[in-house]
Design a protein around this ligand. Structure first.
Ligand code: FES
Length: 125
């Protein structure tokens, strides 16, 4: 099975082809992976913004809708994609989660933010 690696936390997970990057992240959330998803994964926000560092040619091109939403994201780069829209193909992906997305995850999980702040953790990852 293909593997998705989240470089911010050096965490990898094997998934079935067709699994989205957001779904892969949710499988390893207990290992620290944080991908925001304010709209619930329906391509209506940009809080799941990630950079596909390796494997981008192996996934489908973004839809017009995804490109429109990405236009509203912060720090957009050529490797930018929405984690809820990218389905893993037959090859491994290496993904960096954007700061925008990590911040959104903490906004969606205020208790986790308070605990992380109390432990003095770096909230950028
Ligand atoms: S979770 Fe909102 S666009 Fe992906």
């Amino acid at each position: 099975m293909p593997k998705v690696t989240f470089v911010n936390w050096d965490v990898s997970v094997e998934v079935q082809p067709g699994t989205t990057i957001l779904e892969a992240a949710e499988k390893v959330e207990e290992r620290g992976v944080k991908v925001g998803h304010s709209c619930g994964g329906v391509c209506a926000c940009s809080t799941c913004h990630v950079y596909v560092r390796e494997g981008l040619p192996t996934v489908e091109e973004p839809s017009e809708r995804e490109e429109d939403i990405l236009d509203k994201a912060f720090d957009v780069r050529p490797q930018s994609r929405l984690g809820c829209q990218v389905e893993v193909g037959n090859k491994d992906l290496v993904v960096e989660v954007s700061q925008e997305s990590v911040k959104a995850w903490y906004d969606e999980n205020p208790a986790a933010r308070h605990e992380a702040e109390a432990r003095g953790e770096d909230l950028r990852k």
